[in-house]
Design a protein around this ligand. Structure first.
Ligand SMILES: Cc1cc2nc3c(=O)[nH]c(=O)nc-3n(C[C@H](O)[C@H](O)[C@H](O)COP(=O)(O)OP(=O)(O)OC[C@H]3O[C@@H](n4cnc5c(N)ncnc54)[C@H](O)[C@@H]3O)c2cc1C
Ligand code: FES
Length: 290
């Protein structure tokens, strides 16, 4: 209730203003780099605080007068006071973000959503299965696991994209390939006219690389385009992975990002709040999930 006259309206406004989940904070673009013809890397810095995210969470990025878009946070949680994103230029907001130059600003709300359960996975093998821009949120967990390498046993990363021009974090991937405590395998759907000596085929063609992992001791983390999930999960079932050991990060259309507008609703779940990270076991019965 409003302290002055007892009405509720003023009080609600005050609550909204105090509650930062509705109010964007200003963040400065500190670095920008083209990664593929459509995807660019962005580093942002909030004015007064680190973002404080967990691996797998997202933030709402806004451009005044244009709109807001949910974008995954790609940096590891321990990164100084900046955070990283990779953004595909597909429409009005993402186009406006791509037009920014270092020194210019965006609005940021978040971090929001569930995260990869890195604590629960301690002592187990990790198998990341990532497709295209799905490497972006997965990278936050990959960097976390690399930093806490002793907490996990075998560490496998499978990455697939449409063609060699779509590969993300190419320099970083070269370093991952050189590490002897990580098994990194990648594939492209088609090599087109690119000079590519690597594997050609969809991401499921890499699953045999993980055959040596005991499914009872391994958690598979899947992040990629919607079409990928069904086939990867079928492949994991063939390898006898239990559904409790399959973790997915789902993407749905979102507006508020905080469980208020219903845009991201999937039966009884709000992907923005109950997800985007789910144990497959918890959502496999939802018709719209996979
Ligand atoms: C949790 C979450 C994390 C995300 N992480 C990233 C990320 O790391 N990097 C990134 O580039 N994108 C990410 N996205 C997708 C991103 O939010 C959309 O591409 C963005 O909202 C498009 O906004 P726009 O105004 O640029 O495009 P619009 O002008 O709104 O639309 C452009 C086109 O994209 C379609 N579209 C818009 N939003 C979606 C959507 N969510 N799903 C499918 N089609 C859509 C529209 O129908 C239209 O055809 C994420 C989405 C979610 C929900
Ligand atoms: S985006 Fe509004 S409820 Fe999820």
């Amino acid at each position: 209730m409003c302290e002055n006259c007892g009405c509720t309206e003023t009080n609600q406004k005050d609550d909204v203003q105090k509650n930062s989940i509705y109010l964007p904070e200003v963040a400065k673009l500190t670095q920008k780099k083209k990664m593929t013809p459509f995807d660019s890397f962005f580093e942002f810095q909030l004015k007064d605080r680190p973002l404080g995210h967990l691996p797998g969470q997202f933030a709402e990025i806004s451009i005044p007068g244009i709109g807001e878009a949910p974008i995954s946070i790609s940096s590891g949680p321990s990164k100084d006071n900046t955070f990283e994103m990779v953004i595909r230029n597909v429409g009005s907001v993402t186009n406006a973000i791509h037009a920014l130059e270092p020194g210019e600003s965006v609005g940021v709300r978040g971090p929001f959503g569930t995260s990869f359960p890195m604590n629960n996975l301690k002592g187990k093998n990790l198998l990341f299965i990532t497709g295209g821009i799905g490497l972006v949120p997965a990278r936050s967990a990959i960097l976390y696991a690399m930093e806490h390498r002793k907490d996990y046993k075998e560490f496998f990363i499978l990455f697939g994209c449409k063609d060699p021009s779509q590969r993300l974090f190419t320099d970083e991937i070269e370093n991952w390939k050189k590490r002897d405590d990580i098994a990194f395998h990648e594939t492209v759907d088609r090599k087109e006219n690119f000079p590519w000596e690597g594997n050609v085929g969809v991401i499921t063609t890499l699953l045999p690389k993980a055959e040596k992992l005991d499914p009872k001791e391994t958690y598979a983390i899947i992040v990629g385009p919607p079409v990928m999930y069904k086939f990867v999960i079928m492949g994991l079932h063939d390898l006898e992975f239990p559904d409790e050991h399959i973790i997915v990060s789902l993407e749905r259309r979102m507006k508020c990002g905080v469980g208020k507008c219903g845009h991201c609703q999937m039966d009884s779940k709000y992907v923005c709040q109950d997800g985007p990270v789910f144990y497959y076991h918890d959502i496999k019965h939802l018709k719209e999930a996979i």
